[in-house]
Design a binder for this molecule. Sequence first.
Ligand code: GLC
Length: 635
Amino acid sequence: MIRRYVIGNPIETDSVVKVISPESGIVPYFQTLDKEKALTLPMSKWDKVFGLGETVRGINKRGFKYISNCKDDNSHTEDKNSLYAAQNFFVYYGKEQCFGMYVDTPGKVCFDIGDTDINVFSIVFEDFDSNIYVIDGDSILDIVKQFRGIIGKSYIPPKWAFGFGQSRWGYKSAQDVRDVVNNYEALDMPLDAVYLDIDYMERYKDFTVNSETFPDFKGFVKEMKDKGIHLVPIIDAGVKIEEGYDVYEEGVKEGYFVKKENGENLVAAVWPGRVHFPDFLNEKTRKWFGDKYKVLLDMGIDGFWNDMNEPAIFYTEDNLRDVFEEIKKYEGKNLDITSFFRFQGIVEGLQNNPEDFKRFYHEYKGKRYRHDKVHNLYGFNMTRAAGESFERNSPDKKILMFSRASYIGMHRYAGVWTGDNQTWWSHLLMNIQQMPALNMCGFLYCGADVGGFWGDTTEDLLMRWTEFAIFTPLFRNHSLRDTRNQEYYRFTDKEGFRNLLRLRYALIPYLYLEFVKAAENDEMLFKPLCFEYPDDEMCYETEDQLFMGDNIMLAPIYKQNATGRYVYLPEDMKMVRFRSFEDYDEEVMQKGIHFVRAELNELLVFIRKGKSLPLAKPANRTGDIDETDLTYIKY
Ligand code: GLC
């Protein structure tokens, strides 16, 4: 049962597609504190909270403060309250009460889940205006399913998007991309896509291609397509200010960019230097910007990743002017304990400054809103602009799309990747723990930068990470320029990596089937153990294992130098230790705790009783997989 409660005057977000008439009473379970703009709930010792999508920390969110405020933060340490996404759905699971809640408001909301007071859950609003959906159900999975039922079906990408994609910020030319493809081919390693980061553009301008480094782009796209490789270009939110650039000029002429209070277009800066931001909340702008993707679609492109759409702001021209004024005051002075740090902070504070989000406005559903009031809708609506145009212009074509910033509702148009992680073992664990929370919020097509984005990866980290990532729908190895190159062919154990890539392709029939089932039935692809075994206390303690689809459980190794790990089996299972898709051993194991060994190149999968894991003969492209010729490992 789902009930809707209205607090104040909520701004519509279009995240919920089912019409639910509002209830008259106050929000159940929580106490409403109007003066504090908060809802609060005392938590019993045992109670747990799950969900909130892409955030830091574990599967049970208790014990920390999560702030819904899409943020370009490139250091996802465990003290970070906000990452790129705003996904305000959670399930409260206690011995006395169990319910789901979706806090639908585009502004800032803080979910203080026992951070300030370990026994109190409070939801604190910047503006006390929100639609609140309260969901009662028989189980966590039932609550999730009901919630998913009101937000609309999850995006299903084209099948090739389940293949492996190689990416790197730093492929500077068509020749660089060709080299990547050739290297994979030379080693007989599967690959379906190469991602094009901002290097492909002309001076970082959206919908342009650098004709010197990528001459005859259309021909190049075809050359790659002929080899079965899809090129997936990035699109950024900011539009470069440059005379003669059509996107800029049209945007200015038609008034498509966000404006300051005085009516001038906001000048901010991202990769190209000065940019204007399209007002994606405005339907007309969405249509215009969405149609621009056609420039690349017409060249044969069939996939995109939308970036910097929180939006990320290096600085605004107005703030920069003030900062230059301010730092002059420090010139020639003795910078001491206070003044030095203040001075340093002034310059650092330029990037993603919260005050800048108050400098501009949107035209949204016939009204004008200051950006910070609708901040969390920006990335969603950029991606929706593209999604709506694909539906309009290419209804029969399946196009890959995922975004960095997100809000619930965007899951109908695209997937997400989890942004700029690090080459840290803890970020492999974070990847594992984020997947189910994302699924709860409708985001099924997701994945992390495998191997880590920032920093130099190591062969063992990449290997272990890949052992998990071959199960994530989006499977992309991506890294930052000037870090160690991390394409799989660069490392010593080429055979080990080839085996893992092939295993991924062998798994695609299972992965795709389970994915489509989850999308069509509003279910989760990755489930924490306790979602299936709510009466088994050990399952709550086990936050590093997941059910994946209906048939298997994963227990990835995410610690350096480990040659095994403890695994908790909530039921009898068959463990399969894969060295490759055809070289594996099987062992039936009883419910309980086991220490299981897995060398660096060995991957463990646990098959549930009465279930099987189908494996195809691996191919080097998704399209070459023979789905009629499957081997089943059965238990
Ligand atoms: C952002 C993205 C990253 C990309 C970079 C350059 O940091 O998150 O994936 O490589 O921008 O475009």
